[in-house]
Ligand binder design. Sequence first.
Ligand code: NI
Length: 137
Amino acid sequence: MATVYVTRRMQFNAAHRLHNPNKSDEWNKATFGKCNSPNYHGHNFILEVTVGGEPDPDTGYVVDLGILKKILEEKVISKVDHANLNLEVAFLHGVLPSTENFAIGIWKQIENELPSGTLHSIKLTETENNSVVYRGE
Ligand code: NI
């Protein structure tokens, strides 16, 4: 049996601030530096969602990328694009919106939209040099 991994890439931009309200202002400044800036800052994010499975005998597809794109647009992009991740995104409410936590949040948003066990990884790139990968629990 041949498992093939298929990736859909999406781009969006969003603002955030790294700030832990349970810690002092000094701790936040020392820990997060510029990312703690009170007026938020933005990133051009790249989201890469990988689904794994065997090609369907009728279509040759592991997943219809048009359907995957629609799921990502509806469940993620429409909620986060041009948004403030600290203030405006329900699925990140109460979560410190680091790229790590953001990737976990995206996983939870889409996991149940796909056939069980097929979501393989979420890669979220925040800057040219910084990215995270989440593969579920
Ligand atoms: Ni940032």
